[in-house]
Design a protein around this ligand. Structure first.
Ligand code: PLP
Length: 345
């Protein structure tokens, strides 16, 4: 039986070129700033995003948390989308690490409008925390990989400048947004002061994320990374794969988007409830509404047929396309889903 792993793009395996680069990587102690491969990765990532400096971190979660720690102080407030990763999936890190509280804003398919953010900014008042950071997630994971329209990001930038509030972009999948929108990634990143992006998802590196921003900000963030135990030593071994990821794995994300669209369209054609307007990149979320099974039971049935997916709550199923999934895998999945629709109706 074929196995197709659509749980996440984090399951991607490093390429042969990455393994070779890791094997040969020149390394040093990065806490002493003596690892040339880590430094090269940080410079490359910053240059691609149009920022001054970069910081290599163990994960996207560490990147987001360090970013918030460096932007805020205890008792500040952070504006985030209600279902954003930094709020929903990071173990209350903003409360525990930054000591900040979150002001959640409900987005439209994950996208907060500038107008909605304006309504959430606190006035200067003895009763109120200070709004110290606006966090946008692009692409938005729980909304189904949706992209921020560039016009909305520009409006958020203008608003942030008006109130002197920094913008952090959780760009775990910012390259998916850039490829889907047909723009250079720096064109998206220009609207944020800082960006966190993952090397270990669609770009298929084994480990790591980068945080980019101004040089003084990144030096501040570097101290917080150390505080969290993220000062890695001969980290060039893993950074080497990140360099290959940035140089060779960005353009092929278009393939993942094509596969996701094919999958989504077939799911709709089979009669499942799906909002195709959210299928913009490599994530497909559909509903088990109208079936006799809930999402966890449906996911178990898929697993029996060799297809791994994630239940998103009781009624939603998420599938993510990536480097390890080809067209034949999609065809097989489409076939199984069509049969399951009959069985479960
Ligand atoms: C995966 C993800 C993260 C966290 O990355 P990890 O490397 O898994 O910690 C942050 N934000 C978003 C939107 C993500 O999808």
């Amino acid at each position: 039986m074929r196995t197709v792993d659509l749980r996440s793009d984090t399951v991607t395996m490093p390429t042969e070129e990455m393994r070779q680069a890791m094997f040969r990587a020149e390394v040093g102690d990065d806490v002493y700033r003596e690892d040339p491969t880590v430094m090269a990765l940080e410079e490359l990532g910053a240059a691609m995003m149009g920022k001054e400096a970069g910081l290599f971190l163990t994960s996207g979660t560490m990147g987001n948390q360090v970013a918030a720690m460096a932007h805020t102080k205890k008792s500040d407030e952070i504006i985030c989308e209600m279902e954003s990763h930094i709020y929903y999936y990071e173990v209350a890190g903003l409360a525990c690490l930054a000591g900040a509280q979150v002001r959640p804003v409900i987005g439209d398919r994950g996208v907060m409008t500038a107008a909605a953010i304006r309504g959430a900014i606190r006035p200067i008042d003895i009763h109120a925390p200070e709004t110290a950071l606006i966090c946008v997630e692009n692409t938005h994971n729980r909304a189904g990989g949706t992209c921020y329209p560039l016009g909305e990001l520009a409006a958020i930038r203008r608003l942030a400048d008006e109130f002197h509030i920094p913008v952090h972009m959780d760009g775990a999948r910012i390259f998916n947004a850039a490829v889907a929108q047909g723009v250079a990634v720096a064109e998206i990143a220009q609207h944020a002061d800082t960006v966190q992006f993952c090397l270990s998802k669609g770009l298929a590196a084994p480990v790591g994320s980068l945080l980019v921003g101004t040089r003084p900000y990144i030096e501040k963030a570097r101290r917080f990374r150390k505080m969290l135990g993220g000062g890695m030593r001969q980290a060039g071994i893993v950074a080497a794969a990140g360099i290959v990821a940035l140089k060779t794995m960005v353009d092929r994300l278009a393939e993942d988007h094509t596969n996701a669209r094919l999958l989504g369209e077939a799911i709709a054609a089979s009669g499942y409830v799906i909002d195709m307007s959210t299928v913009q990149t490599n994530i497909v979320i559909f509903s088990t509404d109208g079936l006799k099974t809930d999402a966890p039971a449906f996911v178990a049935m898929l697993k029996d047929r060799g297809i791994k997916a994630n239940a998103f709550g009781e009624r939603r199923v998420r599938m993510v396309t990536h480097f390890g999934v080809d067209r034949a895998d999609i065809d097989y999945t489409v076939d199984v889903l069509a049969k399951l629709k009959q069985e479960c109706s």
